[in-house]
Design a protein around this ligand. Structure first.
Ligand SMILES: C[S@@+](CC[C@H](N)C(=O)[O-])C[C@H]1O[C@@H](n2cnc3c(N)ncnc32)[C@H](O)[C@@H]1O
Length: 382
């Protein structure tokens, strides 16, 4: 959507889905990263959450905005960990900062009681400038910035650069959860005045490859070029796209999660699966259109995908787990392996003496996907 004139405006259903994902991720991220932060030892031991496009903190009818969702989630889970969580909120519009400040001030007594959640006074400014300054300060003081999560929830597609994502990801244990609005971008791509902004978002102009394409081919190619830039240019070890689709299954926007930690990706995928998919809007992913809706992607579908990708190959259970997280919509995979073992499509290499059928706990366990045995035109085990 375009930026409304009003300070506070109505939340659409996919905004609420986005908040639910954020909440589900923070619920998992805070305790895990709190433990990790304690083990990192050196420097200040605290978690940092930055909302770079914070908004007014609320929508009409008192629906909380992303900063309040994050603060409330941190407050709810504060007792589960001992390290401090620092929350920084950045917003460019003065009226929205003022509204946000008012809401944060109302929460101060509760924040003080928690003793662990520190919310800085909201910063009025441009997200990229403020975050670059923050990184500069930490680098000058030789202080660790992370563990940190940066939520970059812009309205359109050109308010921050690929450079910024790269700078954030270079910091130890820092992740980015960002937004790109395909609905706003796609119709205007022919307008050359928009090209500078799109190239800034990509850090290059290879996206222009899509100009001759249309429909789904254009959408898919655009997403894949952006993913390649996140990995190649910004240095994301793991980057995963989540598409919000409308009722006609057209992409409205993508959320991209970037992390250098496979565990972060696992937690984010679990958070995605928690989102209520009954409201007509649907989170899916790069496989969704080919395979149907995300909620139809069950253990059987994953088992088929694993066979298609690894037929005849030997691999560890840990590598299967990584493949599943990075290349498929799923995040759980042991039941799919159990199905394959039960149906004779998977063998255990050197099985431990007391191993039970269907047990895949050990990431070092080596398994072999059995090649399809074809009898004339009949395929066994389908
Ligand atoms: C999509 S809204 C954010 C909504 C909020 N994250 C939420 O979920 O409740 C984007 C916000 O970013 C602000 N904004 C636009 N450009 C910005 C910039 N360069 N830096 C920081 N904030 C910006 C807008 O005023 C708007 O309030």
């Amino acid at each position: 959507m375009a930026d409304p004139k009003d300070t506070v405006y109505e939340a659409d259903p996919h905004t609420r889905a986005k908040h639910k994902i954020l909440q589900e991720y923070l619920k998992r991220w805070l305790p895990i990263l709190a433990r990790q932060s304690q083990n990192m030892g050196r420097g200040n031991t605290r978690l940092l959450y930055v909302d770079g496009f914070a908004g007014a903190g609320e929508y009409t009818d008192n629906i909380p905005g992303s900063p309040i969702v994050a603060i409330q989630t941190a407050l709810s889970y504060a007792s589960a960990f001992t390290v401090q969580t620092q929350i920084k909120l950045i917003e460019i519009r003065e009226d929205r900062v003022a509204n946000l400040r008012k809401l944060v001030e109302q929460m101060r007594p509760e924040l003080a009681r928690s003793g662990r959640i520190v919310v800085d006074d909201p910063i009025q400014g441009d997200c990229e400038t403020v975050i670059n300054q923050l990184i500069d300060d930490h680098e000058q003081r030789r202080q660790r910035l992370g563990p940190a999560l940066f939520f970059l929830d812009q309205f359109g597609y050109s308010s921050f650069s690929m450079n910024l994502i790269g700078r954030i990801l270079k910091q130890e244990v820092c992740e980015v959860f960002s937004y790109l609005n395909w609905n706003m971008l796609n119709p205007f791509m022919a307008d050359t005045t928009k090209h500078v902004g799109i190239s800034k978002a990509f850090g290059g102009d290879e996206w222009k490859d899509v100009l001759g394409l249309s429909g789904k081919a254009r959408e898919d190619r655009f997403r894949d070029i952006y993913l390649a830039a996140l990995r190649g240019r910004a240095g994301a070890t793991y980057s995963y796209p989540f598409a919000m689709r409308d009722q006609n299954d057209r992409v409205i926007y993508w959320l991209f999660f970037c992390s250098n930690n496979i565990r972060g990706l696992e937690e984010m995928k679990e958070a995605m699966w928690k989102v209520d998919r009954s409201g007509g809007f649907e989170f899916s992913d790069k496989h969704a259109t080919a395979l149907g809706k995300l909620f139809q992607y069950g253990d059987g579908e994953l088992a088929n995908d694993l066979i298609a990708a690894h037929d005849g190959k030997e691999i560890t259970v840990g590598s299967v787990g990584e493949y599943v997280l990075v290349q498929t919509p799923a995040y759980k995979f042991k039941e799919a392996l159990a199905i394959l073992e039960r149906t004779g499509r998977l063998e255990i290499v050197d099985p431990p003496a007391k191993r039970r059928l269907g047990a895949f706990k050990d990431p070092e366990l080596r398994i072999r996907f059995v090649q399809k045995v074809k009898v004339k035109d009949l395929t066994l085990f389908d």
